[in-house]
Design a protein around this ligand. Structure first.
Ligand SMILES: *Cc1c(COP(=O)(O)O)cnc(C)c1O
Length: 429
């Protein structure tokens, strides 16, 4: 869609903001064309700066499970803001929010609030190192845990989209303590433990990966990680920044019946405001300052407006929401499969609940190796064809798409109509 307002804003942005964006994947580099500048969102829709309407399957990269401008969240934000936007002192809402997370997320006995998923993962791993007295971390190729130096190693989506395997500016000495294993491959994890005895502080994992596109854990994979971590005296850190409150009220942990020693959360928990958290075992969390020697802090942590939005979000996440998300997901999945089959386009539709990805040119994706075999040029054609029909998808093969509860039958039907035409366009290339 050639949108003159976005084009001219993007030209100005590029003069003053590197690449014109404040987070790299927003730049649409992987799919070509300029990003759409957004004026407002309402329910399942985004409205571009030129007024065009899009069905939104990015959902601010996860948080918008109840749609944009949810009335209760908006009211909570404005009410809280009127009473002051930040105090740097404790508030009742932080207590309520911490209690809500501990009641809901398996394994969370105590939490610390922060402002981004990056902070949550970085802090959880510092805590794991402080608790165990060990320095090495095991992560999986293609998993993203925010942009802390030591986590920018084989970190999936953003980096893969940019064609940068690892970031510049990360000292080799820092990256050396990050060991990488293959997702869905327990033997690769066992081999790392064997090669580095008594030196691994933690395994960190996206329980369902979103950051190489949607990839589900094999049966027994998460339970296997749990057992390996325990056997080797390492902590299991489950990164639920994307999956938390998306794959169910108790996240992927509840869905797959696995309990982490530490769990990180973000995205949905803040209702669209900067709010994240990490929590877990009491004996581990009590090592945090001011109780223990592991330092972690934040001027805006537990911000009163953000916690108001988060509480208003959590209150609305009833079992009915998750049933609806599943139904909508199933309808989209079936429709995409039919559209691809009708156009004879080789595509693999992977979905867990309300997160999904269409991988082009491959039959199954189980890890980074298989994800990176997909046909990104075909994905780019698909992305442009859908955007031209008013459907806003993540601008990268390696990012999961998200729907919310307001993607009702009408919205799904409109999406699938666009998908049938777009698949025909992909087939014609
Ligand atoms: C988005 C994401 C992060 C980073 O969160 P930010 O709020 O962007 O810093 C960490 N882990 C996972 C799994 C994510 O999807």
């Amino acid at each position: 869609m050639s949108d003159q307002v976005s084009k001219s804003l993007h030209a100005r942005a590029q003069a003053r903001i590197p690449g014109g964006v404040n987070s790299p994947v927003r730049a649409f580099r992987a799919v070509g064309g300029d990003p759409v500048y957004i004026a407002r969102g309402e329910g399942p829709y985004l409205y571009g700066a030129d007024g065009a309407r899009y069905i939104d399957y990015v959902g601010s990269w996860g948080p918008m499970v109840l749609g944009h401008a949810n009335p209760a969240i908006t009211r909570a934000i404005t009410d809280a803001a009127a009473l002051g936007t930040s105090f740097g002192a404790p508030t009742e809402r932080e207590v309520l929010f911490a209690e809500a997370l501990c009641e809901t997320v398996p394994g969370v006995e105590m939490v610390r609030l922060c402002s981004s998923g990056t902070e949550a993962c970085m802090s959880a791993l510092r805590l794991a190192r402080g608790f165990t007295g060990r320095e090495k971390i095991i992560k999986f190729e293609g998993c993203y845990h925010g942009h802390a130096d030591f986590l920018l190693v084989k970190a999936g989506s953003g980096l893969a989209t940019m064609g940068v395997p690892d970031s510049a500016g990360v000292p080799a000495s820092v990256a050396a303590n990050t060991l990488t294993a293959r997702f869905n491959d327990l033997a690769s994890v066992e081999a790392l433990f064997a090669a580095h005895p008594d030196s691994v502080a933690a395994i960190i994992v996206e329980p369902v990966v979103g950051n190489m596109g949607c990839v589900a854990p094999r049966e027994g994979f998460l339970a296997g990680l749990r057992a390996l971590a325990t056997r080797h005296g390492a902590l299991l850190v489950i990164d639920e920044v994307m999956t938390g409150f998306r794959l169910g009220r108790s996240g992927a942990s509840g869905r797959y019946g696995v309990v982490g020693d530490l769990i990180t959360m973000g995205k949905i928990v803040g209702g669209g405001l900067p709010l994240a958290a990490f929590g877990g075992r009491r004996d581990v969390m009590e090592r945090l300052a001011p109780l223990g020697p592991v330092y972690q802090a934040g001027t805006l942590s537990g911000n009163p407006v953000a916690t108001a939005a988060g509480l208003a979000m959590l209150e609305q996440l009833t079992p009915g929401v998750y049933a609806a998300l599943e139904d909508i997901g199933a309808a989209l999945e079936a429709g995409f499969r039919e559209a691809a089959a009708a156009a004879k386009v080789r595509v693999c539709v992977q979905r867990v609940g309300a997160m999904w990805t269409l991988f082009f040119g491959v039959d199954a994706v189980t890890d980074w190796q298989s994800a990176s075999a997909s046909d990104t040029a075909r994905f780019a054609t698909w992305h442009r064809a859908m955007l031209a029909r008013g459907v806003y998808l993540p601008p990268s093969q390696y990012e999961a798409a998200f729907h919310g509860v307001l993607h009702d039958a009408t919205v799904v039907a409109e999406t699938l109509r666009a998908a049938r035409e777009a698949m025909a366009e992909v087939a014609a290339r």
